[in-house]
Structure formats: structure tokens, C-alpha cells
Design a binder for this molecule. Structure first.
Ligand code: ADP
Ligand code: MG
Ligand code: MG
Length: 868
């Protein structure tokens, strides 16, 4: 017989897949002797059964009954007993934590009779009815799908009518009236009466949790976080403890360290006389847990002890949920806490220093992609001093963002799709808003605390966040917000500082971030544990300088054509292209030579003893020519030819499919003098540096090659030029000539191509384009649909297509190394900076990756993780 139900006392933390994260941790904490209200967990296997059969099976019902029986014994109360009722919560919990995505129902077991009994037993009628109205609202929403608003409106109306400030002002009589109105909502919604039988409540709640796995917001969250659809959720049934039974009660959430900064100090929020979701829902703005330190120090100490115990046990920062019932502490949940990227880095390093983690483990704790948030621009302190602060909220998630304001997730999403930088401004957020939050530069709310939904999600995504900016009035109906008489309308610019919590009207310039402190320590460790080298793609000294600040190993790809687009060079380039004979080309080429050698000189100088790989000219020539008539006339005049002549030349260079046309080393076959000029420029720079005492080993890369013979021909062109230049010199210069592997044919014949190559470097952009037969420049019109419809798992230009393009790469690596066992092999396409792809490159034996400067730290961390 399959065991479908486990008591908390039976499970442990290694049973996540079966019991879900929450269930496994409740079991683990029970084992640790922590004060956890007892209960049991229905397994994910039970969830799968339900998904197949659409009903709760006999065996499951039987095991639930047994578990309820055991819980009665432990608690001394009985479910369905009208004199001493056991009240329970039903809580979802998947193997991977999905905050706020699934549904929870509290106070199950209450009905018209037991509410009175509870009132009598506790001598607290207000509390009993407060609990009952919560059950009615949660059950109505979760099980029957009645809009939460319907219930909220009743509360809001009474509070407005009676001029109450918060839920705490509601009297017993008010709560009784609310209960009556809530029941009426059930009747009005055609769902009939609220079920009075506790057992019926329980089973309906279990079914609802199983079904909530498939609700839309859960699916969006899974898609966004690449969580498998097949996991399913467990259900936890747990004895209730009450934070809403008086002033010596309350509920809170705490992090064992500060989730925004990583500071090693208990951090959290507490709401007196409140239950469950009150804290995170942002209904009342909670107080810091530190109030406990002054008001009930022994409880604060106990919470700190619990935090310590948990960290020592889990070796990570924990996020915990607790409730205090009449001065007694209960722990309701613990899990690894979500944190900002900055906090993640600090915590990882602190935990190593505290002896809780090894360096390797610490490296694995930080998501490579999250580092991009740390490399995001910041507001520059001087600029900020000139801007008046509009208002200040809580600094929920650090970073600096500037963008246009939208008040709903839908409008934010739309504006972002249209290419706007978006700031989402709301009173508060809920899981329904997730799509709008994902696209926002920053999230701002007027209500809620540091652990509100908005704050948690912003930190999780690495978006800038300011919450609880209480001076900010947000009016959804008018699409406006205001602070006093300062008005913000939809589309207005707002700047948000998530580190201080300040908001500013208008756009504000940001300054680039630098690597310092904890991040530099982490990256140093990463460098030590990585095998793959991490180079940068850089076409200008400025790019290269940035990459060097990020500790790039050198340049993996310099695209020389980008150097030709400056006006005076473009002119010379056009003269080269428009010439009819080699003689005519010679003069403009000599000007280009001068300019290119200066470029290369600068790059080599910056590089010092780091390697620089320069790729010779790649794009089709017509890219350099003027396109419209006005431009054609201007150019004709500039280079002193007739418009007719120019038009005729442009026409003759036109190609039906230029990206598959006359470009790359095909240009070298037809116009050898262009490549010769580039090699001359490289060697001139090298020799100049040699005179100055710097030894440079140039690496020259040939684009678009597809065969050994072709590579051999171009290689000879290059080496002859070099030999000629060194002929009358005393010195020898070591250099390499390598192949850009981007043609499927070159990959297939890599053993041959390697004979003429000193290195390979995969140009994955072209290789992907040619393997799929997708034009890189035209995929926008259909690729998104492929991803949406699940035909492709991801954009293959962003993440390597392992099965297809990856297989070709693997073949090329293996065949290339058959010829030359030590052949250095790089990757210099877009995917060179993508963590998932990097993991694959490590596996197939690539030597180094090369990516844009800002991806260098991400790639470094990913490379270390791939090797650990
Ligand atoms: P989520 O996964 O969305 O955080 P939970 O299942 O953790 O949902 O429930 C939300 C909150 O409900 C908890 O943080 C806790 O405050 C409250 N809660 C759940 N079960 C109980 C219980 N048995 N007794 C008291 N409060 C509970
Ligand atoms: Mg929870
Ligand atoms: Mg290419």
C-alpha cells in the first residue's frame, strides 16, 4: 500500500519531492524539536492521482482519517467535535518554493456551532468571529473562486461607515454582521450555503489546493522560473495556532539575515493581534520584529535562537513564518530565504567565513544571472543632490531605475512590449500582477512592508523596489498618483532608488557600476575554481577597458569592421570598395592601414600580456555604401565620381541574400589586398610595441571559412604578409591564425580544417542561423511564437541549442582535436555569456568563452559552477 499521508513526525528535509518543501521542512523542524504545530502532509503522489482521476481516492481518504485520529490524540481536541473542536489549516507546498502562488485556508473546522463553542472556550467572542469571517472569505475565494474583492468590499464598507482606521477596530457585533454578509455572498454567487460539516470543508480545501497547481498565476511563475509542470503540490494539514486572539498574540515573518543587504542580523516584521496573510498582504503596515525585543524580550531571544538553530542546520539564510499565541512562540514555516543579488553575494561569503560553507558551496549559492543586477547602473551621488526627493518609502530591493509610470500590470506589460522602460506603481501587488512586475525596471507600492508581496518579488527578480511609500496616493480609476499636490500621470517619468527608498520625479541619469567588496572576492574564488577562460568581445578600447575592470582574461573577438564606421574611415572604405582596380584601391587602403594600426596599437597596449584575438573583415561590402539618393549624391561628390557611376557600382554589389553572399573570407579570395592591409596594420602595431619593449603575440581569426582548402589559401595570404614584414627584422614574432567556426561544413570537416588552424572559435550566432536555417535578422516575426507554443524551449540565439547546434560543436571539437590534441577552442557568440550554455561548453571541452564586457562576471561565475 502506498503511503500517501505522512505525519510531520515521520518525514524529513530530504523528502521534498514527496512532501513538498513546506512539508519536508515542517517535518525536519519537528525532528529538531522546534515548536511546530503538529499535522500531516498529503504527498505529491496523491496530487498526481488526483490530476488523473479528478477525485480523492478511497485509500487517501482512509489515510487522512487515520492521520486526523493521530492529530486528535496529540492535540487533545477532535476534528468535528462540537464541544472541543480541532481547527486546522490546509496549506499547499510544492517541492520548489512558489511564494504566494498556491492557496492556503485557515481555521477549517469552524461553523455556526463551533464558532460559538470557540468563543466560549476562549472566552473571546470577537476572536472566534474574526476567525470565522476569515475562513469564510478564504474558503469562498480558494474553493469556490468567489472574487476576494467581494469579501474585502464588505470590510471596507463597514470600516468607512464607522470611520474605523484598521481591522482591529471591528467589534464583535461588526464581525457577526460581516459573517452574515459573507454567507449571503455565497448564496448570491450561486454556490449555495457555506458547508457546515468540517470534513466537507477539509476535503474541498484539499481538492482546491491540488487544483491550484494549475491556476494561471502558478503557471506563469513556473514558466518564469523554469519549474517543471510535473512536480505537483503536496498538501499540509496542520493544527491552528492563533495570532488573532488578543494583544499578547500576533504573527510575523522574519529572515535570519537582512534579505536586502545580507547583514547578519535578524530582520522581519510583526503584526500584533493578526492572523496569517495579514503581514504579507500589506493590509496593515507591520512593525519591525525588533518591537518584540523591547516589549517581550524573551520571545525575541527565542526567535533569535530559532534563527541560529535553523541556519546552523540548513547552512543558509532562512525565511521563517511564526505566530505567537498568548505569549507562546510557534514556528509555521522555514525555507531558504529569497534575497537580493547583493545580499546573496554577501551572505555566501559570510557563511564561508563563519565556517558554514566551503568556497565551492558558496560559489554555487549565487545565481550567475543575478550578478547582472549588481552591474546595473547606480544613481550618482552628486547628481542626486540636485534632485528634490518626492517621497520616501521602504528600501525593499536595491538598485536605481528610471522609467515611465504605469498603474496596472497589464498596461505595464503593454508599454514594455512597445519598448518603454516601465515603473509599476501600485497600492500593493498580488500574484496576479506577476507579468507586469517581470517587465518593470522598478516596483513601487504605497502600502505594505519589507516582506510584502511586492518586496519579495522585486528582490527575487533583482528589480529595484520601494514599498510602503505611504505619502503616495494611488488612484487606479484616474490613472494617477500624487504626493500632496505633485501629480504623476500614466506615462510620466519617475526615478526610483531602491537603496534609500527615495522617489524622484522625472528621469535621472545613472552611472555604471563597478566591481568591489564582496563581489570581487566571490569572483576571485570563481576564477580559481573555473577551468574555462573568460574573454571579452570588444571592438573599442572603451569596451575593453570595461571588460578589464571586470577581470576579463583578454579579448576573444575584435570585430574590425566596426572600426570602419567612423565618418573619415567610412569615406576611405567607400573609396576602396568603389575602386575598379587594385591600383585604385591602394591609396585609400593606405589611409585605412594608418588608422587601423593605431586602433590595434591601443588595444594591445591596454591588453599588456593578455591575449587579443582580431577577426579580419566580415560583413558584405554593400553595408558600407550609401542607400538613399541624397546620401548617394553626397558621397559621389565626396569621392569625386558621378552619381551614375556610383549607382551602377552599388547595384553591382547588391546581393539577394547578402548574409550568405560575398562576405567574410570570400572577400579575401576576391580582394586579397583588404586582408593584407589588415594584417599589415596588426603587424605594424605589434612591431611598434616591440620597439617599446612590449611583446605581443597576435591572434588572427578568419571568418566564415568552410573548408581546409579555403582556410589554407587565406592562411597563406596572412602568413606571407607577416613573413614579408618580418623579413628584414632581427626579431621573431609568435602568432597564430585560427578559424572562426560558424559554417556547418567547417564543423563537419573540422579534422581537416584544423590542419590549417592554430585555434578554433565558434561563432555561434552564424552557426545557429545556418544550422536552423533561420535568418538572424528576421527571426523576430516567428521565433516568439515558437517559444510560446513550446516548439522551441528557448531562443537558440540566447541559449545554445544543445541537440542540434551543440551536437555540431561537439563534433567539431572532437574532430579538431583528432588532428591537434591541444587545439585551443573558444566560443564568441551571444551564448558565450549565457550560464546554461557555458555549462554545456565546459562539458564538450571548450577552452574559453568570450562575451560582452558586462557579461564577463556572469560568465566567470557560471564557468566556476560548471567546473565544481
Ligand atoms: P504561503 O505558502 O503562501 O506562505 P502558507 O501555507 O505558509 O502560505 O500560509 C500562510 C500563512 O498562514 C502562514 O504564514 C501562517 O501565518 C498562516 N498559517 C498557516 N497555517 C497555520 C496554522 N496552522 N496556524 C496558524 N497560522 C497558520
Ligand atoms: Mg508561507
Ligand atoms: Mg559570423
Amino acid at each position: 500500500m502506498t503511503q500517501l499521508v505522512y505525519n510531520f513526525a515521520e518525514g524529513n528535509m530530504n523528502m521534498r519531492d514527496l512532501l513538498g518543501g513546506k512539508g519536508a521542512n515542517l517535518a525536519e523542524m519537528t525532528g529538531l524539536g522546534l515548536p511546530v504545530p503538529q499535522g500531516f502532509t498529503l504527498t505529491t503522489t496523491a496530487c498526481h492521482d488526483y490530476q488523473v482521476n479528478h477525485q480523492l481516492g478511497q485509500e487517501l481518504l482512509h489515510q487522512v482519517d487515520q492521520a486526523l485520529e493521530q492529530l486528535s490524540e496529540i492535540s487533545g481536541k477532535r476534528f468535528e467535535d462540537e464541544h472541543n473542536p480541532l481547527l486546522i489549516s490546509v496549506r499547499s507546498g510544492a517541492a520548489i518554493s512558489m511564494p504566494g502562488m498556491m492557496d492556503t485556508i485557515l481555521n477549517i473546522g469552524l461553523n455556526d456551532k463551533t464558532v460559538a463553542v470557540l468563543a466560549e472556550l476562549t472566552d473571546n467572542e470577537r476572536f472566534a468571529y474574526d476567525s470565522y469571517r476569515r475562513l469564510l472569505a478564504m474558503f469562498g475565494n480558494v474553493v469556490y473562486g468567489i472574487a476576494e474583492d467581494a469579501f474585502d468590499q464588505v470590510l471596507t464598507d463597514i470600516k468607512t461607515q464607522k470611520n474605523y482606521e484598521s481591522d482591529l477596530d471591528l467589534t464583535t457585533e461588526d464581525l457577526k454582521a460581516i459573517v452574515a454578509e459573507f454567507k449571503q455572498i455565497y448564496r448570491d454567487s450561486d454556490k449555495g450555503e457555506f458547508p457546515q460539516k468540517p470534513k466537507e470543508q477539509l476535503l474541498a480545501a484539499i481538492r482546491a489546493v491540488f487544483e491550484s497547481w494549475d491556476n494561471q498565476r502558478a503557471r506563469i511563475y513556473r514558466r518564469e522560473n523554469q519549474i517543471s509542470e510535473d512536480l505537483g503540490t503536496a498538501v499540509n494539514v496542520q493544527e491552528m495556532v492563533f495570532g488573532n486572539a488578543g494583544a499578547d498574540c500576533g504573527t510575523g515573518v522574519a529572515f535570519t539575515r537582512n534579505p536586502a543587504t545580507g547583514e547578519n542580523k535578524l530582520f522581519g516584521e510583526y503584526l500584533q493581534n493578526a492572523q496569517g496573510e495579514d503581514v504579507v498582504a500589506g493590509i496593515r503596515t507591520p512593525q519591525s520584529v525588533e518591537v518584540l525585543a523591547t516589549e517581550v524580550p524573551q520571545l525575541y531571544d527565542q526567535l533569535q535562537d530559532i534563527a541560529k538553530t535553523l541556519e546552523q542546520h540548513y547552512h543558509d539564510m532562512q525565511d521563517l513564518e511564526f505566530t505567537i499565541e498568548h505569549g507562546k512562540m510557534f514556528l509555521l514555516q522555514a525555507r531558504d530565504g529569497k534575497r537580493t543579488p547583493a545580499a546573496a553575494v554577501k551572505i555566501a561569503i559570510d557563511l564561508v567565513n563563519e565556517g558554514l560553507l566551503s568556497k565551492q558551496e558558496a560559489i554555487l549559492k549565487v545565481k550567475p544571472e543575478s550578478l547582472t543586477a549588481l552591474l546595473h547602473p547606480e544613481f550618482d551621488a552628486e547628481t542626486m543632490a540636485e534632485h528634490p526627493v518626492l517621497t520616501t518609502g521602504l528600501p525593499a530591493s536595491p538598485g536605481a531605475a528610471t522609467g515611465q509610470v504605469y498603474f496596472t500590470a497589464a498596461t505595464a506589460k503593454q508599454a514594455s512590449d512597445e519598448g518603454h522602460r516601465v515603473i509599476l506603481v501600485r497600492q500593493d501587488t498580488s500574484p496576479e500582477d506577476i507579468e507586469g512586475m517581470i517587465v518593470s525596471q522598478a516596483i513601487v507600492t504605497s502600502r505594505g512592508g519589507m516582506t510584502s508581496h511586492a518586496a519579495v518579488v522585486a528582490r527575487g527578480m533583482g528589480a529595484t523596489g520601494v514599498v510602503g511609500a505611504s505619502e503616495l496616493n494611488v488612484n487606479y480609476a484616474k490613472k494617477q498618483a500624487n504626493v500632496g499636490d505633485q501629480l504623476i500621470e500614466e506615462g510620466d517619468w519617475l526615478s526610483v532608488d531602491g537603496t534609500t527608498g527615495n522617489l524622484y520625479l522625472g528621469p535621472i541619469e545613472t552611472t555604471p557600476a563597478t566591481i568591489k567588496g564582496d563581489l570581487s572576492v566571490l569572483l576571485e574564488w570563481a576564477k580559481k575554481f573555473a577551468k574555462l577562460g573568460v574573454y571579452t568581445n570588444a571592438d573599442t578600447p572603451r569596451d575593453f577597458q570595461k571588460a578589464l575592470e571586470f577581470d576579463a582574461d583578454g579579448i576573444g573577438l575584435t570585430r574590425t569592421e566596426h572600426m570602419f564606421f567612423k565618418p573619415e574611415r567610412l569615406l576611405q572604405m567607400r573609396r576602396v570598395i568603389l575602386a575598379r582596380t587594385a591600383e585604385q584601391r591602394a591609396e585609400p587602403l593606405s589611409h585605412l592601414l594608418e588608422m587601423q594600426q593605431a586602433d590595434f596599437y591601443e588595444l594591445y597596449k591596454l591588453a599588456g600580456d593578455k591575449e587579443v584575438t582580431i577577426r579580419l573583415l566580415d560583413p558584405p561590402l554593400h553595408e558600407f555604401l550609401p542607400h538613399d539618393m541624397a546620401e548617394i549624391q553626397e558621397v559621389a561628390e565626396q569621392i569625386n565620381v558621378s552619381v551614375d557611376y556610383l549607382t551602377e557600382r552599388i547595384d553591382s554589389l547588391k546581393e539577394i541574400n547578402p548574409m550568405l553572399g560575398h562576405r567574410g573570407d570570400r572577400l579575401a579570395i576576391t580582394f586579397p589586398d583588404i586582408y593584407q592591409m589588415q594584417v599589415k596594420a596588426i603587424m605594424t602595431a605589434v612591431l611598434r610595441l616591440s620597439d617599446e619593449g612590449q611583446i605581443v603575440h597576435p591572434h588572427i581569426m578568419i571568418p566564415l571559412t568552410d573548408s581546409q582548402t579555403e582556410m589554407g589559401w587565406v592562411r597563406k595570404l596572412v602568413t606571407d604578409q607577416i613573413t614579408e614584414m618580418l623579413a628584414d627584422k632581427e626579431i621573431t614574432i609568435d602568432y597564430t591564425v585560427g578559424t572562426m567556426m560558424e559554417m556547418p561544413r567547417a564543423c563537419v570537416t573540422a579534422n581537416q580544417v584544423a590542419r590549417e588552424s592554430d585555434f578554433f572559435s565558434f561563432g555561434t550566432n552564424d552557426l545557429t542561423q545556418l544550422t536552423f536555417g533561420y535568418s538572424r535578422d528576421d527571426v523576430g516575426s516567428f521565433l516568439p511564437e515558437y517559444i510560446k507554443k513550446g516548439i522551441l524551449p528557448a531562443d537558440p540565439f540566447q541559449t545554445i541549442d544543445v541537440e542540434g547546434v551543440g551536437e555540431l560543436m561537439k563534433m567539431a571539437v572532437n574532430r579538431g582535436r583528432l588532428t591537434k590534441p591541444d587545439l585551443p577552442i573558444g566560443v564568441c557568440g551571444e551564448v558565450g555569456g549565457d550560464p546554461t550554455s557555458i555549462n554545456f561548453f565546459e562539458k564538450i571541452g571548450v577552452t574559453y568563452v568570450s562575451c560582452s564586457p558586462f557579461r564577463v562576471p556572469v560568465a566567470r561565475l557560471a564557468a566556476a559552477q560548471a567546473h565544481i
